[in-house]
Design a protein around this ligand. Sequence first.
Ligand code: AMP
Length: 216
Amino acid sequence: MRLILLGAPGVGKGTQAKRISKRYNAPQISTGDILRAQLKEGTPLGLQAKAFMDKGELVTDDIIINMMRDRLNEDDCKSGFLLDGFPRSTPQAEALGVMLEELNRPLDIVVNIEVDNEAIVGRLTSRRICRNCGADYNTVTNPPPADMVCEKCGGEIYQRDDDKESTIRNRLEVYNNQTAPLIEFYSSKGQLKSIDGNKAPDEVYDEINIVLEGLN
Ligand code: AMP
């Protein structure tokens, strides 16, 4: 299974990616997670990315493309992968196309998850995450414990800096300007399938599965 999950920040790509990745035994590759891990370790890549991430801007294409070239060449991608948060611009999508052609591993499908903008702002401002295991919490639908200690691993639950409202609005604008054109990019190649992401996560997951099962 070689799949891209496309959609604005907060549509539930990460949540769905974790489940699909398990079911199809394909690694979930999240560029945001890789960058945050690099930042935590204080690597030059992480420090370079930080200024962009804090503002909700895209990290430059060359940094991301080089990072993904390395990642896609790792052994665990041989049998498939699930891309979450990449590509996010037309140059990234074009570079990915070249990389996959060189590797002779064409994409199976691009699943585009669509959610109304105001619902996204609500979801992201209430999102909380475990710093250690990445477990998702939500102050409205799945409240974290009062002591903000993760029930799964004992790690610290926090709010991402870029999940503050002003940054979220900027991230949505960046998405509309730079990433949304990929909907046409992949749909014109006949590779795109759109899903209504306003529904409950289980229902969205079922719909994605129907699409993926239809590929076989
Ligand atoms: P995410 O966790 O996917 O919301 O990503 C968090 C932040 O990391 C984004 O707001 C960007 O600053 C950066 N980022 C993640 N993926 C990419 C990408 N493919 N291209 C450029 N910047 C990215």
